[in-house]
Design a protein around this ligand. Sequence first.
Ligand SMILES: [Mg+2]
Length: 97
Amino acid sequence: MKIEAVLAFDAVADERAKQNEKWGVQRHGPFTWLAILTEEVGELAEAALHDEFGGEHADTLKEELTHVAAVAVQWLEQLEWEELDLMQALTEGGTNE
Ligand SMILES: [Mg+2]
């Protein structure tokens, strides 16, 4: 893996750990996840605008893009967990909690 990819994935993993520390493991429906992701995309847009035209959120583009990626990963983790839980329930009669 190229160094820039390693750095990007590390940043997202670090942000995921921070999110879990702050909020605990999150389980939401798709509309709530989409609202959370959209809120982060809004902050990313604000960062881009402030970089372009000035503002208090200038120089936060990388941070906000990391937030977007981390929320998307967290949502995907839940979908994977649900599939694994279903598979385990079907094969063993248990859960993966
Ligand atoms: Mg953010």
